[in-house]
Design a protein around this ligand. Sequence first.
Ligand SMILES: NC(=O)c1ccc[n+]([C@@H]2O[C@H](COP(=O)([O-])OP(=O)(O)OC[C@H]3O[C@@H](n4cnc5c(N)ncnc54)[C@H](O)[C@@H]3O)[C@@H](O)[C@H]2O)c1
Ligand SMILES: O=C(O)C[C@H](O)C(=O)O
Ligand SMILES: [Mg+2]
Length: 438
Amino acid sequence: MNDRNITRAFVVETPSVPGNLGKVATAIGFSGGDIGEVETVQVGPTSTLRTFTVHCDHEEQLKQIQEAIRELGGGIRLHAVSDDVLRAHEGGKIHMTSRFDVRSLADLRRVYTPGVANVCRVIEEEPEKARLYTSIGNTVAIVTDGTAILGLGDIGPVAGMPVMEGKAALFDRFVGISGIPILLSSQDPDEMVRTVKTISPGFGGILLEDIGSPRCFEIEERLKNELDIPVMHDDQHGTAVVTLAAVISAARSVGVDLKDAVVGQIGLGAAGLACCRMYMAYGVPKVIGADKSDAAKKRLQQHGGEPVDSVEELLKQSDIVVATTGVPGLIQEKWVRDGHIILALSNPKPEIEPEAAQSAGAAYAADGRSVNNILGFPGIFRGVLNARSSEISHEMLVAAAEAIADQTKPGELVPHPLNSRVHQVVAQAVETVAQTEK
Ligand SMILES: NC(=O)c1ccc[n+]([C@@H]2O[C@H](COP(=O)([O-])OP(=O)(O)OC[C@H]3O[C@@H](n4cnc5c(N)ncnc54)[C@H](O)[C@@H]3O)[C@@H](O)[C@H]2O)c1
Ligand SMILES: O=C(O)C[C@H](O)C(=O)O
Ligand SMILES: [Mg+2]
């Protein structure tokens, strides 16, 4: 399937006569739309109302599909075209709920005053009991300043909130952690560090998200040093873990030993530099990198990688190519060599569509929807919180990457993120390393 940027729900009424469903489906398909679900909303003696979820590439195609349905005639009527994704976001995606059902006066006295005062005293006397008697040990702050929201760039923290709510929803769904978005209205590293430290007592860990480079490096480093709870910048290390897992799986599939491979990284920002550091630490002998910023290339050099002058040159020299630039279409098909492994990880759109890379000769190709840090951050935090570890070490990250690679089925690069076993296995791998490091 091509990249489908637009998803809409078409509400269509047809006379209840056999063949009409087929006519609508054909009109959508011939105009280039992919049909997802078809839901029958109402069946009456004379007419039937259905909702067709349709994926298509661009607005023009969307108009063509609407026209094609309207032209069908014969009593077929298009009632509405609604944006399901936007609708699903109405009211936000997350909500704080109570684990205690307050129904009676006795409940009230237990949950709240006066019962709660004794619990406060217990914690005052033994602060570590907060882990037992509050939600702090199971709560992670998802902190952003909105400067590198996906590949959309510096769109501000409020516009980035849907991403943060999405990460919170995934924390809850996969590993039962409460993720609380924290939106910072400052981009000043000193103020950001101070603010996160000030609010840190309420959290068991800090996930930094979509904070642009190079500020993200300093902010993460300082918070790691100054806080005694685990801190991880997802776009750096979550991405590096999942990318290493994909690189390990790809190398296994094509029979390449990573100890002989050249890995090329395009985009040496938050995600790219961390990926390079991970490949090198894992034993890849030659890691080359391209970036439009000289400062970013210099940083790669300081970490032991080799900058190259252009994206084209990088593709010439690499066996495995990973891109995290936020620039859709940056990799041209003519640069792809037979047997290349290409991971174009930028969201929401990749540097090259996987289908295009594969038809140009790539042995394996994937984008940022499948090779995504969703496979890493939930299990990593579950593991460290279980172990009550105060930090996330490099060894834990490598264990997480290997666990993900080991869960990958032959022929795939990474496991499916909805396979909840993967998150449990990552958590166990991280917890095991954390226990040995104590
Ligand atoms: N799939 C995933 O799990 C995942 C995880 C993290 C980030 N990403 C994606 O990676 C992209 C970058 O994220 P980031 O947090 O690293 O951002 P960033 O701003 O820190 O880094 C982007 C880097 O790309 C470089 N760049 C931009 N245009 C370029 C070009 N034309 N040629 C060469 N280099 C160029 C920039 O100079 C910068 O160093 C985003 O699109 C994001 O969605 C994906
Ligand atoms: O949010 C995602 O889908 C992955 C990653 O954190 C990104 O910034 O692209
Ligand atoms: Mg991100």
